[in-house]
Design a protein around this ligand. Structure first.
Ligand SMILES: *Cc1c(COP(=O)(O)O)cnc(C)c1O
Length: 465
């Protein structure tokens, strides 16, 4: 029997509903992509079209490049879905979401040992949190200078050239001179001496990083603090510290409770941390905490009342979904101290296991071993036959996303691979990765005439993110 081909429009409603999703017109006709289509699509068809395009993205769980959470418990996902429609900024309409945010801020400031708890804000990520903290530093510096009747037109901020790009943005957008301390061979963090060499009375703050993006290293916050205490006493300066703890802020209190990096150090006035990194929440949530009310200038806080009620806010953007804040609170009460500790211990064990297996290949120098935060970076001892870029591309064939990039200026001759271990990356997956790394090495080394295809020498320095 030959059935006549009919157009979808000729089908009865009943027949149309029975048409398989992939038999419908939209599935063999291109849908306009850059202009709003004239007509509607069936919701299933629209869903499948987009769903299928997104299949071509990398698998988030095999993405070892990102610090950002790629797995949460189904209960957390359910809560998040229940809050998609709540606008975080409408604190008067969603007072219980606002209350949960307030609790989270108290939990975070307590975790960082603030003498006065509850002075902080939630943000879309550490980047927004950094902008808020940076502004507070600039405002406080201006107050100090005005009180001394000194000019306020040349503020500077002191940090390593290993900072995450957000600090470069802060300096440019808020017109603050960035003073970068350069890394040196075998010295990939800033040092107290490096800091003292460049600070002056126009320094709005010094920014050590707890969990350097390139390697996961902790910068020596306490040593820098002590050097600054002495410097301030000698010079009459009043230079404070802000700690960029985007990736280390949630890990250090559990894996390194003895390490003094937070508000236990008096010159630490503010701290940012990414809830969507080791706070173990899906993107985007970040937190900024201040030592006390004194460190957050009140003229940065806006009071908005047109949504009903008086609402103090310190944010750059306005509307934002409430679901990440709720998910953060879920993790806080679900995991507690014991749960976070156990999760990080497991990640550290996987990371240090990876580090020792990578070391055993004899091919790499390790810049970090996963024992600060569960992040490791390693460089090839010999790049004359194949490079870390080749290895990265080869691993990608198996779905692994292990980024390769150069270290900051002055040590940019060094190209490394970096692995970020997150929740959901099991020992089993780690062993499969090691197997694939062995196979990749084997692949390149069994071709004596092989010429590296990706030398990575594009002349451009790509910052890791
Ligand atoms: C990730 C990161 C940031 C930016 O944080 P987001 O939460 O992604 O905005 C800033 N600083 C450091 C050290 C980071 O690792």
């Amino acid at each position: 029997m030959v059935t006549k081909q009919r157009k979808l429009s000729e089908l009865s409603e009943h027949e149309r509903q029975l048409t398989p999703v992939y038999g419908r017109r939209a599935m063999d006709h291109a849908v306009p992509k850059f202009a709003l289509p004239e007509h509607e699509l069936d919701p299933d068809v629209a869903y499948n079209l987009i769903h299928d395009e997104l299949m071509l993205d990398g698998n988030a769980r095999l993405n070892l490049a990102t610090f950002v959470t790629t797995w949460m418990e189904p209960q957390a996902e359910k809560l998040m879905a229940e809050c998609f429609d709540k606008n975080m900024i409408d604190k008067d309409e969603y007072p219980y979401t606002a209350m949960i945010e307030e609790r989270c801020i108290n939990i975070v400031t307590r975790l960082f040992n603030a003498p006065e708890t509850g002075v902080g804000a939630s943000a879309i990520g550490s980047s927004e949190a950094v902008m808020l903290a940076g502004m507070a530093l600039k405002w406080k510096w201006r107050e100090r200078m005005k009180a001394k009747d000194k000019p306020t037109d040349k503020p500077n901020i002191v940090m390593g050239n290993n900072v995450q790009v957000v600090w470069e943005k802060f300096a440019r957008y808020w017109d603050v001179e960035p003073r970068y301390i350069e890394m040196e061979p075998d010295q990939y963090t800033i040092t107290p001496k490096g800091v003292l060499d460049v600070v002056d009375e126009n320094t709005i703050g010094v920014i050590p990083i707890l969990g350097v993006t390139y390697t996961g290293a902790f910068e020596p916050v306490e040593a820098i603090h002590d050097a600054l205490v002495e410097h301030n006493a000698k010079t009459g300066h009043d230079i404070p510290i802000h700690v960029d703890a985007a990736s280390g802020g949630f890990v250090a209190p559990f894996l390194h409770p003895e390490l003094k990096w937070d508000f236990r150090l008096p010159l630490v006035k503010s701290i940012n941390v990414s809830g969507h990194k080791y706070g173990l929440v899906y993107p985007g949530i970040g937190w900024v905490a201040w030592r006390s009310h004194e460190d957050l200038p009140s003229d940065l806080i806006f009071h908005v009342n047109y949504l009903g009620g008086d609402m103090p806010t310190f944010t750059l953007n306005f509307s934002r979904p409430g679901n990440q804040v709720v998910a953060q609170y879920y993790n806080f009460i679900r995991l507690g101290r014991a749960g976070y500790k156990r999760a990080f211990e497991q990640m550290r064990d996987v990371a240090t296991h990876l580090a020792s297996e990578i070391e055993k290949t004899g091919r790499f120098d390790l810049l970090s071993r996963g024992d600060t935060i569960p992040v490791l970076a390693f460089a090839l001892k010999d790049s004359s036959h194949y490079t870390v870029y080749d290895l990265s591309a080869k691993l990608r064939e198996h779905g692994w996303q292990v980024p390769a990039y150069t270290m900051p200026p002055k040590v940019e001759h060094l190209a490394v691979l970096r692995i970020v271990v997150r929740e959901g990356f099991s020992r089993d997956l780690a062993d499969m990765l090691i197997q694939d790394l062995h196979a990749a090495i084997e692949h390149f080394e069994s071709q004596p005439g092989y010429k590296p295809a990706h030398t990575g020498k594009t002349g451009k320095v790509h910052k890791p993110c």
